[in-house]
Design a protein around this ligand. Structure first.
Ligand SMILES: [Zn+2]
Length: 416
């Protein structure tokens, strides 16, 4: 059965359309957008006083368990772009679940990240009970094989770890190897996304031909911001520079009510899931904000993403779902207009990652939708006042915080 939402202001992913009626068909696709106000009739959704916008796309997460995706959807994040999870069977399992369940966010994934043998990010992984070891690259000649293997596993894009050997305690890829990974990916039509949290990394990634940079330098200004495509992950940049960053989340009940209670209690007790603050010389959040301003001045492409990485049911400095609302606020504080920040989290994310079926409220697109009280195009924190989330036209009841869920040990949401 279709859905008709009447009386809401509509932000279509790029701009405000004013009040309009949005019709969703049986297949969960947008079948009509009719400008104008009218009173709802029986069976229609009364959107008066609210704003309808496309479901949010978090363009930088890490999947740690199935519970991540339910938590995303409960917060209005209808699609997540995983930027490294392991092992491949785990990622494939979550991808299959997410494709069919209407109570979880949909997933695209890089699968394994390209990194050096015995370097980051392989060293972050706990030992695998089945003896699986993450493959690393020892030089440019390994790039072709690495990318071919990821393509076979179903990676939607390639993630590559770019750090200066002087900044990390483990082996890291040479600039030549990063360039070879980019070339091999491009031959297969896959985008490359670089972990690039320093000036050196951003410059090296750009020179290597990386398509999308993620994080922003904490150590000083980006040298050449024009033409870059960047997912800043300001929430993570803040978390890396101060242990105080979770206070903003804890101070807003609109963000804490949809999280498992033990997670909130853990955060309140100071547990950030073990995230250290950056020890790099001169690392400062002010540099990240300044770099965002430089990107905006240069007309660069900015896409919203958080670097959420919580193990379901456990605290972390950057949490699935809730953090996306913090990210929007940080983007605005650093100089974006609310409308631009919302576009970065919807239509622009869809454009950059070729998700042509979503990211906009337009005919034929997926009805991944958010109905929120107020007007987030003037106060971006209004995205936290969720009335309803639809995924492919299916309303998600647990956007009602009263029906909060517990999460069991393997991260599966469990109804009370
Ligand atoms: Zn990340």
């Amino acid at each position: 059965m279709g859905t008709t939402i009447v009386g809401a202001r509509v932000f279509d992913g790029e701009r405000s359309l004013g009040v309009a009626t949005v019709v969703v068909d049986d297949a969960g696709l947008v079948a009509g957008v009719e400008p104008g106000e009218r009173a709802p009739v029986d069976g229609e959704v009364d959107g008066r006083g609210a704003t309808l916008l496309p479901g949010l796309i978090d363009a930088h997460v890490h999947l740690r368990g199935a519970g991540n995706l339910g938590q995303d959807l409960r917060h209005g994040v209808t699609t997540v772009l995983d930027m490294f999870s392991a092992p491949p069977q785990f990622t494939a399992m979550l991808r299959r679940r997410a494709a069919t369940r209407d109570d979880e966010a949909d997933v695209r994934s890089s699968g394994l990240m390209a990194g050096a043998v015995d370097g980051w990010p392989a060293v972050m992984l706990p030992p695998d009970p089945n003896g699986w070891r993450m493959p690393g690259l020892s030089g440019p000649d390994d790039a072709e094989r690495f990318v071919a293997d990821r393509e076979r596993e179903g990676s939607d894009y390639l993630k590559v770890f770019v750090e200066n050997a002087a900044d990390v305690t483990r082996p890291t890829l040479t600039p030549e190897t990063v360039a070879a990974v980019c070339a091999a990916s491009r031959r297969r039509g896959l985008l490359t996304v670089a972990h690039a949290p320093t000036r050196w990394a951003a410059a090296t990634a750009r020179a290597a031909g990386v398509d999308v940079l993620t994080h922003l330098p904490l150590d000083g200004p980006l040298d050449d911001p024009a033409g870059l495509v960047v997912v800043p992950t300001l929430t993570m940049m803040a978390a890396l520079t101060t242990t105080e960053s979770v206070r903003e989340l804890l101070a807003d009940p609109r963000l804490t009510t949809r999280l498992p209670q033990p997670v909130v209690a853990g955060l309140e007790a100071g547990d950030r899931g073990g995230l250290p603050t950056s020890s790099a010389v001169g690392a400062s959040y002010a540099h990240a904000e300044e770099n965002l301003a430089r990107l905006l001045d240069a007309g660069a492409t900015v896409v919203a993403g958080t670097d959420a990485n919580d193990v379901p049911g456990r605290p972390a400095a950057v949490l699935h779902g809730a953090s996306m609302h913090l990210e929007l606020e940080l983007l605005v504080r650093a100089g974006m207009t609310p409308t631009d920040a919302l576009a970065a989290a919807t239509s622009r994310a869809a454009d950059v990652f070729s998700l042509h079926d979503r990211g906009r409220i337009a005919l034929g697109r997926r009805a991944d939708l958010l109905l929120v009280d107020g007007d987030p195009t003037t106060d971006v924190t209004a995205t936290r006042d969720l009335r309803t989330v639809w995924r492919l036209g299916v309303p998600h009841a647990e956007s009602d915080p009263v029906r909060a869920v517990d999460v069991d040990e393997v991260g599966t949401p469990r109804r009370r």
